[in-house]
Ligand binder design. Structure first.
Ligand code: GLU
Length: 487
């Protein structure tokens, strides 16, 4: 028998910024599909009309493309099972609702919100789980007809057969079972005629031939309702894999308090898509070895749902920074500048238009600073020594460097020698330090430190000859002059 092709889907609700958790779900689906040579479908769950926006849908698509997550069927790319937006599939849902109603598997419910609330309250007072009691389940046909003619508002509910166990084997969570009596007859079409998520998702997954539903753990509690619907509709349920939540380091659910939570924010901070993909893959998936850096091809090769952990994943920003640093290190100076340039421009260090000479200079500069960059936005702090005129010593310890006995002589000799250089390149500058050391009979540190502090105001940074060459003759002499130590 030919084995069934794996078909998975990512089905975001376009209701706001694209959360890191959503990106991880998309990635796991993508990796599972590519690993198995299957298909990934991307569709939009926009039945929450108040909160869904096209802008958010655009953001999600843009972020997926930026991450390199491609899909085979769905919004934008099309396919044989469209449309791929739920609000464009209402006619299709309607057909199935009519069928369920005709078969007595669903029914009109005319209970008012007040009646439902009273029932809920009474159940809660008795310490019971609130479930719809089934008041409208067996209304006589004529009554239903009459109410409909009167134009009474209604919802449509599915019949949940009582006393059953709703169970399934989840790839991540193992065997899961729910008591159908705690589910009750739930609403599948709201009073405004729009079907609810649980209903649409089942029809979409079934009609699109989805074999594996890989999604966040927060949907685990929806699964029993979905199982009731698969049965009622006569479709086989797919295999489920509910991926654990992402927690902050304090073990609380990842939220804005923990820092950036959307893909967009990480992109705007100058993280690389390859690094984010690598990091997100490790948020829940455990590789077989202790390898931590994975190219996308390696992820596709190694990924397996069977190695997705049941316990929550902890979002460790230091780990992301470490991974990103690794990828940044491998960038060519041109590519590194592409990552850094927007930040330099936003900081007002560099104008929007740059000529070839400036580009060349900027490339050398970012290259010299790469050891100090975990992500793009950090260029602003690292490069400010070249752009800001505030290079006064950052603290007392730094200022003390310029009070050293030999500092004035060191700066004087450096200024003289520097002014006399034929050309200002890192290689031309480098021998000056040894020359000063010998000439003044002082230690290396007593040469480097005063010059570094006079030029940059700080005691750390890239190689001094590189800094000086990048600053150029004029700026170097001006800054040394401003130390007030020259005769
Ligand atoms: N639309 C849901 C969400 O964005 C996904 C539901 C599902 O994957 O079944 O959380």
């Amino acid at each position: 028998m030919m084995s069934e092709e794996m078909r998975v889907r990512f089905a975001p609700s376009p209701t706001g910024p694209f959360h890191i958790g959503g990106a991880r779900s998309a990635l796991f689906n993508y990796l599972a599909a590519r690993h198995a040579g299957g298909k990934l479908i991307v569709r939009i769950e926009d039945t929450d009309q108040k909160r869904s926006t096209r802008e958010s849908e655009e953001n999600i698509k843009e972020a997926l493309r930026w991450l390199g997550i491609t899909w085979d069927e769905g919004i934008d790319v099309g396919g044989p099972n469209g449309p791929y937006r739920q609000m464009e599939r209402l006619a299709c849902y309607q057909q199935y609702t009519d069928k369920l109603l005709a078969e007595g598997k669903a029914y009109y419910c005319f209970c008012t919100p007040e009646e439902l609330e009273a029932e809920r309250q009474a159940q809660m007072d008795k310490g019971e789980t609130p479930v719809y009691g089934g008041h409208c389940r067996n209304l006589p046909k004529e009554t239903v007809e009459r109410y409909l003619q009167e134009g009474r508002p209604y919802v449509i509910r599915i019949v949940t057969p009582p006393d059953e166990l709703l169970e399934f084997d989840d790839i991540v969570r193992g065997h899961v079972s729910f008591d159908a009596n705690k589910v009750g007859d739930f609403v599948i079409v709201k009073s405004d005629g729009v079907p609810v998520y649980n209903y649409c998702v089942v029809l979409d997954d079934a009609l699109m031939g989805i074999t594996h539903v890989i999604r966040a753990e927060e949907h685990l509690s929806n699964t029993p309702r979905q199982l009731v619907l698969y049965k009622a509709l006569g479709f086989a349920a797919p295999t489920f894999a509910h991926v654990s939540l992402i927690l902050g380091k304090d073990k609380k659910k990842m939220s804005k308090r923990h820092g950036a939570t959307s893909v967009q924010q990480y992109r705007d901070l100058g993280y690389l898509p390859e690094a984010l993909v690598n990091f997100l893959a490790l948020l829940g998936w455990t590789p077989e070895t202790d390898q931590e850096i994975f190219s996308k091809e390696e992820l596709i090769h190694s990924f397996s749902l069977g190695r997705v952990a049941k316990n929550p994943a902890v979002f460790d920003i230091e780990k992301l920074n470490w991974i990103n640093f690794h990828y940044m290190k491998a960038l060519t100076p041109e590519a590194l500048l592409d990552v850094c340039l927007p930040h330099l421009q936003q900081a007002g260090f560099v104008s929007e238009e740059i000529d070839d000479g400036q580009r060349q200079w900027l490339m050398t500069m970012v290259d010299a600073l790469r050891e100090h960059l975990q992500y793009g936005a950090q260029i602003v702090d690292a490069a400010k020594i070249f752009f800001s005129d505030d290079f006064t010593p950052e603290n007392e310890e730094t200022a003390a460097v310029l009070n050293e006995e030999t500092a004035a002589a060191v700066l004087q000799m450096f200024a003289d020698e520097f002014a006399a250089l034929d050309e200002v390149t890192p290689d031309a500058v480098q021998p000056l330090f040894k020359k000063i050391q010998k000439g003044l009979k002082v230690k290396g540190k007593s040469v480097y430190m005063p010059i570094r502090v006079a030029l940059t105001g700080v005691m750390h940074g890239p190689d001094l000859n590189v800094i000086a060459a990048l600053m150029g003759r004029e700026k170097v002499l001006e800054r040394i002059g401003k130390s007030g130590l020259l005769q």
